[in-house]
Structures are given as C-alpha cells and as structure tokens.
Design a protein around this ligand. Sequence first.
Ligand SMILES: Nc1ncnc2c1ncn2[C@@H]1O[C@H](COP(=O)(O)OP(=O)(O)O)[C@@H](O)[C@H]1O
Ligand SMILES: [Mg+2]
Length: 385
Amino acid sequence: MRYIRTNSLKRLFSIKRRSFDGDTPIPPEAYNTKGFDGSDPVAASLHRPSWRCYSFEEILEATGGFSSDNLVGKGGYAEVYRGRLGGEEIAVKRLSKASTDERKVKEFLTEIGTIGHVHHPNVLSLLGCCIDNGLYIIFRFSSRGSLASLLHGEDSPTIDWKTRHKVAVGTARGLHYLHKGCQRRIIHRDIKSSNILLTSDFDPLISDFGLAKWLPWQWSHHSIAPIEGTFGHLAPEYFMHGIVDEKTDVFALGVLLLEIISGKKPVDGSHQSLHAWAKPILSKGEMEKLVDPRLGGDYDMGQLRRLAFAASLCIRPSSTWRPSMSEVLEVMETEKLEEGRWDMPKEEKEVEEEEFWGFEELECDYDDDDDTSFSASPMDSISTG
Ligand SMILES: Nc1ncnc2c1ncn2[C@@H]1O[C@H](COP(=O)(O)OP(=O)(O)O)[C@@H](O)[C@H]1O
Ligand SMILES: [Mg+2]
C-alpha cells in the first residue's frame, strides 16, 4: 500500500454519478416482491429465523468428537467439520483454538449475527450456534463443498458450462438480495470461490459472513480499518482507502465471474491478478479467449457474452462506473445486451486509466501463500456519512 494518489479519493466521489437505476437502495418494503428468481424476498426478509442453541454434547457427538476424518474445511480462523444430527447432515464451524485474537472472536460473532437474519435460496442458512466450550456455528451441510475446490481441486472433474452459468447467476441473485432485499444493506466483503458453497443440485450458497458489514440506508459508504479481504478481489477504493459499500462486493463478483469462466485462480503463481489478465481481452471483445480450455469449446456463446460483459463492468476501477447488483442481474439475464448503454465518456475513461494506473502492480506487492487473505491498515481514511 505504498502509493496513495491524492486525487483519486476525491475523484471517486466527485465524478457525476452514472446512474441507470438511480443506485438508490431499495427499502425492503419496496423491493420487487417477485425477485429475480420468483422467490418473495420481502417475505424472506421478514421470515423469523428458526435457529437454535446447541449443546456442546450434541455437536461433539454429531462430529464424532471433532474427528479429523470429518474435517472438511479450514479457513483463516476456523475449522469446519461435517456431522450428522437427527438424520440431517450439518457443518460445524469451530473457532480455532489458536484464535484468541479478540478481532477473530468479533468476526465469529458478526457471522452469527448477520447470517441469522438472512434468508434466501442462494445464501447459506444458519441452523444454530453453541457457546459452551468455545464458539461454534452450525449450518446445513453443502454436499458439493466450495466452488473453489470444484474449480481448482486436483481431483475434481471439469464443471460443465451449464453448471458454471447457474452458479454465476445464483451467486449474483444472492448478492442482490444481501444488498437490496434485506432490512439493512449487507456488504459481504469477502466474495470469492471458497466462500461459495454448492448444494447437491449445484445451487450456489453465499457463505462466510465473518467480514460482513451492515450499512444504514442513509450512509453512502463506510470507511474501514484495517482493510481485510482477499488478494485479487479487492476493489481499488477499498484497497487504497478502506472505503466500503455495495460496489466493493460488485468488484469481487466481477473477479469471481472471470474465475468461473476461465477456471483460473484470482491470483496466479507469478502474482498476476486475474482481472489484470482479463482486462485487455475484455476490452478487445475477444470473450472466447477467456474461456476455460478444459471446456473444449462446449459453451453457450450468448451466455458467455453476458457473463463476460457483466464481469467487465464489475471490475471497472472507478466504483461510480460499476453497476449496482440490479444492473448486474439485468446484464446477466437479459437476452438483448445493450452494450452501448454502458459506454463511459472518453474523458472519464482517460481519468480512470490515469488515476488507477498502479493498482494492479500494487496488488502484487504483497507476499502471499496459498491463502491470499490479509489485513492491513489504510494510510488514510475518510469519515462516514
Ligand atoms: N456448510 C458447509 N458445508 C460444507 N462445507 C463447508 C460448509 N461451511 C464451510 N465449509 C468448508 O469450509 C471452508 C471454510 O469455511 P468458511 O466459512 O469459509 O471459513 P473461514 O471463515 O475460516 O474462511 C469452506 O471453504 C468450505 O470448503
Ligand atoms: Mg472462507
């Protein structure tokens, strides 16, 4: 985080806002009651959560005493075990013993607090929690594991195009719900393939709400320190200044769409970010060059164009020129793509290129290992309002 370009912050908020849907949050009562998937998000958001507290004995028995055979995932600060309780498969997320850090405990509680209030077919549902002998969150088990393991797992068979398309659209619907369909706006802040779980039917479920933030409707954005998230997914304004709003997630979704299309990791072995690799290809309109060669050319060209075009808008450096989630869904699901509608004026394009010239290089300055999560303090910050 060495360069802070003094004008860029001003620029981010001074540019006339491009607005196709007004970018105004839709209060839950005004939310399109049919939703994009025919579900009823109002009813969903008013749905009373039905989670409960589990006893330590119950989860100990369900997981075979947290047997290593049942360990299915290990994230930044938690381990996840598979278990069986009353005929149902469950996942138990346990705060690692090593995580005595107060911030990690806060993240764990944030996750319970956030996920306990959301209800959507593309968001992982909470079954309950346990606060005896440590901290545990209990979820329904997702039998296909995470999208990351499916896309990048050594033994995983190639996921076909139809499934990739379904996962992309479902994830966008889930994110749209978090931004616009909940009683308060939820910014996830860590949208990435290891946080997208898959049901037996390959329906995607957004999970891992440890970094999530609730934003009041009247706040345009929030500024956060330290900056936490995952390399390759971080929007420039968040990475450079800690500024968080819906567009932080939109940027990360753009990277996720590229990952789904290409089968490439968000940051490769030589630390090149996926969006930096894809940008010139997208701007030349050579969408087919993005496609995972493992698909052997077996994909739907119209769907590819829409997903790739949505990705190109989502990864725009200036958050003002990124679409809202309603617009992303519109681009992904509308048959007739009106690309011209999204053109940026020439002068704005030049400003964008100039202001964010060093962003891709900045991202690669950090050392990382397999887990590219990180936390850092921003050099400057602005007040919320
Ligand atoms: N409900 C679940 N069903 C199946 N696997 C899960 C479930 N929840 C988490 N996992 C696995 O555990 C991993 C880590 O879980 P996550 O909630 O992302 O923890 P962290 O906050 O530590 O990143 C996921 O990437 C996934 O592989
Ligand atoms: Mg995770």
